[in-house]
Ligand binder design. Structure first.
Ligand SMILES: [Zn+2]
Length: 73
């Protein structure tokens, strides 16, 4: 049986799996934001950007950035 959970972002009920900790909608939204950040960091002059600069330039929440950093670890 699939495990149902409430999305921590929007509260929607969804089927939880190990690759996703949010519902389909939030996952897609997050993926787009991730792309924005990845594109930003791919530029040579942005490689050493401080996290606050990344937040300022991409508009992505700091909490989300930290979540991605943890995922890479
Ligand atoms: Zn959601």
């Amino acid at each position: 049986m699939a495990e149902l959970q409430n999305c921590p972002n929007c509260g929607t009920l969804y089927v939880h799996n190990i690759f996703r900790d949010t519902c389909e909608n939030c996952f897609r939204t997050e993926e787009k934001l991730y792309d924005t950040v990845a594109t930003f960091l791919r530029k040579r002059e942005n490689r050493t950007a401080h996290i606050d600069t990344v937040v300022e330039k991409t508009g992505v929440e700091k909490a989300l950035l930290f979540k991605w950093v943890k995922r890479v670890d």
